[in-house]
Design a protein around this ligand. Structure first.
Ligand code: ZN
Length: 296
């Protein structure tokens, strides 16, 4: 847990479009899963919610994230098209419902859920949502059976996932690297031409540090799977990282000059960056507020 003044920040969180809320408007019966072959029996699955990554070993599948609960059967059907082996492990990149909604159904089938200790805590004791209401705690089957604190590995026959904790988007974040496919799943920690998505437990400095952590794991051929953007390259994420530093430095300057959050927003410090952002669900002013609020 980080020591932020969340009571003051709660109002700004509401300005962010949280994908979990979007679930209520989705007709899941119409959602189709698109499978992209990333090489070496590793695939990205896009449906509704955060992108899913799977890798197939000789005796089972490692899966990263589970989208919303109603996507369970469709994800299983998509996996069955590339292998008849069962999912053995499900690793969560963070606790948000558009990445963990399928946990319960997969957990009931005996899939071993893996996540950071903070993720287990958040699912078991959920923080208030955007409406201020505390959602119900996740059932036991939806919680990780294997938790870790710093890093861990998860293996099926012939395949290994390296799982590393960062605190970028939330304090529950995991990035997952499949070395033999050179595929890196980074959850909601960023994406090309996107604003940093700093949610409860995340921070701008954590996002910069976390992005650097996984840039160090990647090379020019690495395929990076973001939660809500197309498959990307290290160069894409280097540019994202450099943009984050620019945003942080500008807002930090205003804060250290004694400007209030309102004054920092009014100064429009990232107006030039807005032009390169290809995303409609996050307002520039809200980004400045979140960066300001999470700067130490
Ligand atoms: Zn998220």
């Amino acid at each position: 847990m980080r020591n932020f003044a969340w009571t003051a920040a709660v109002a700004t969180i509401a300005l962010f479009a949280v994908n979990a809320d979007a679930a209520q408007q989705v007709d899941f019966s119409k959602v189709e899963v698109k499978t992209t072959d990333l090489g070496n029996k590793t695939y990205m699955l896009e449906g509704q919610g955060g992108n899913v990554t799977i890798t197939v070993g000789t005796d089972g599948v490692i899966m990263v994230d589970s989208q919303f609960a109603p996507m369970h059967d469709k994800l299983k059907a998509a996996i069955a098209k590339v292998t008849n082996l069962p999912v053995k492990y499900l690793i969560n990149t963070h606790y948000h419902g558009d990445h963990t909604g399928g946990n319960e159904a997969f957990g009931k089938e005996g899939v071993i859920i893996v996540g950071h200790q903070n993720l287990k805590n958040r699912l078991a004791n959920p923080p208030p949502g955007n409406n201020g209401q505390v959602p119900p705690a996740s059932p036991a089957e939806a919680l990780p059976k294997q938790v870790y604190t710093d890093k861990t590995t998860v293996s099926v026959g012939g395949r290994t996932a390296q799982v590393v904790h960062i605190e970028a988007h939330t304090d529950t974040d995991s990035v997952v690297y499949f070395p033999d496919a050179n595929v890196l799943a980074v959850g909601d920690t960023g994406g090309p031409n996107r604003y940093p998505n700093i949610a409860l437990g995340g921070s701008i400095d954590g996002t910069i540090a976390g992005t650097q952590t996984y840039l160090n794991m990647a090379n020019a051929q690495t395929k990076i799977v973001p939660g809500h953007a197309p498959v990307s390259t290290k160069a894409d994420f280097q540019a994202y990282h450099d943009m984050l530093v620019k945003i942080r430095d500008r807002v930090a300057k205003l804060k250290s000059d004694g400007k209030t959050e309102e004054q920092a927003v009014a100064a429009k410090p990232i107006a030039d960056i807005e032009a390169q952002i290809k995303q409609t669900d996050m307002a520039t002013d809200a980004v400045v507020r979140r960066v300001y609020a999470t700067l130490k």
